[in-house]
Each structure stands twice: as structure tokens, then as C-alpha cells.
Design a protein around this ligand. Structure first.
Ligand SMILES: [Zn+2]
Length: 237
């Protein structure tokens, strides 16, 4: 392996390590992150609570309607039993009966309204619950996939570190120091390929003398524009 290729190989390993390390960091953030599912759970629980309240109101109104019907029944039985003969008392009973009939009508309307309302809220709560449960399942699957991906990345990184150490061992200390300092200054990319006459790091074309130097690969060449180490992309001459 030529010297520039040895640097280039080290760069490839470091770039791979950087990318995988960044992905692991991203996964660490995503693991345990369940704001969306939590929001859906809260929505589902709120919808269920609203349904429970509506059903409770419906039961109260049904109970009240039942009471009114019983009372009306009693009043009308007394009215038609013939046991009350006093006109004043009969008139009171008639008024009570009329009042209770009105009240019964009102309550029947309310019970019907409450039933329809509860039915609508029931559908809403059911839909929210299904959405939440689906999201919960999708979340669990995603978390499992992230754990698996992280495991794979960590194994790959361990192997890459071994390979990287071996590759770094093939380079001299001064060159490595230069490489490391360039990596720090150039966004992690110290070594780039010369593609034709163009530096793939800064996309600027090199004078033919410089191109020849890179191709000859006798010494490590730096791009005169961006300062990165240049490796010849094609077969060395
Ligand atoms: Zn350059």
C-alpha cells in the first residue's frame, strides 16, 4: 500500500467510525423518547374520562326520569281512584300531574340527548384508544429495532477500532500527528482523493505539476488550496 493510500485507508476507517458513533448518539437520544405516544395516551384517557362523565350524567337523568314516572303514576292512581272528592285537592292533583308530565317530557328529551352524546363520545374514545394502542405497538417495535441497530453498530465499532489501530500503526508518528491535526481543523476529513485534476475536498483543480506529484506518490502531497492530504484515486504510476 502506497503512503497516501495508507492515509486514505485510515481516513476511511475514521470516517466510518465517526458516522457510526454519530448514529449511536442519535439512537441514544431516540431510545426511551415517547412524547408522541404519551400525548396519544393522555388524549385517549381524556376521551375515556369524558365518556365516563357523560355516561354518569345519562344514568343520573335516567334515574330522575324514573323517579318522575313513579311519582306521576302515584298521583294519577290517586286522582282516578275515586278516593279524593274534595275539588281543591283534585285540582292540586291535576296540577301535579300536569307538572310531572311536563317534567317527564323534558327528562325524556334530555335522556335521549345524553344517550346520543355518550354514543358519540364512545366512538371518539374508541378511536383514540385504537390510535394510542397502535402507536404503542409501533413504538415498541421501533425501540426494539433501535436497540438491535445500536448493538450492531457497537460491534462494528469495536472491530473498526481494532482495524484503525492496526492501520495507524503503519504510519509514522509525525505523519499521524499531521493527520490528526488536519482532521481536527477540516471537519474530520484530513485525506481526500484526487479525482482527475480536482481535489475532492475543496473541488478546486490542481496545476499539472501538483497532479503529477500526487500521482507519483513518492511523498505525501497536500492540496495547495484546502491543505488536505491528497491520495490518487486511480492506479499509481
Ligand atoms: Zn483541496
Amino acid at each position: 500500500m502506497s503512503k497516501s493510500k495508507a492515509y486514505y485507508r485510515l481516513q476511511q476507517l475514521d470516517s466510518d467510525i465517526d458516522a457510526k458513533t454519530a448514529r449511536v448518539a442519535q439512537i441514544e437520544v431516540l431510545i426511551g423518547q415517547r412524547e408522541t405516544v404519551d400525548a396519544m395516551q393522555a388524549e385517549s384517557e381524556a376521551a375515556q374520562h369524558a365518556l365516563n362523565e357523560a355516561q354518569s350524567r345519562q344514568r343520573d337523568q335516567e334515574w330522575e326520569l324514573d323517579q318522575v314516572k313513579r311519582k306521576l303514576n302515584q298521583v294519577e292512581q290517586t286522582m282516578y281512584s275515586g278516593s279524593v272528592r274534595n275539588p281543591k285537592e283534585l285540582e292540586d292533583l291535576r296540577r301535579d300531574s300536569e307538572h310531572l308530565r311536563n317534567r317527564r317530557g323534558e327528562l325524556q328529551d334530555r335522556v335521549l340527548e345524553a344517550m346520543m352524546n355518550a354514543e358519540e363520545l364512545g366512538e371518539h374514545a374508541g378511536a383514540r384508544r385504537t390510535e394510542w394502542q397502535n402507536a404503542e405497538q409501533a413504538w415498541a417495535d421501533e425501540q426494539q429495532a433501535l436497540q438491535t441497530e445500536r448493538q450492531g453498530l457497537q460491534e462494528a465499532l469495536a472491530a473498526l477500532q481494532v482495524e484503525r489501530a492496526a492501520q495507524a500503526g503503519r504510519l509514522d508518528a509525525a505523519g499521524l500527528a499531521k493527520y490528526n491535526s488536519l482532521r481536527g481543523k477540516k471537519g474530520g476529513v484530513a485525506v481526500v482523493l484526487l479525482q482527475g485534476t480536482v481535489c475532492s475536498g475543496c473541488r478546486i483543480s490542481l496545476p499539472s505539476g501538483e497532479v503529477q506529484k500526487v500521482r507519483a506518490d513518492a511523498v505525501v502531497s497536500l492540496c495547495p488550496h484546502c491543505g488536505r492530504i491528497l491520495a490518487y484515486g486511480g492506479p499509481a504510476r
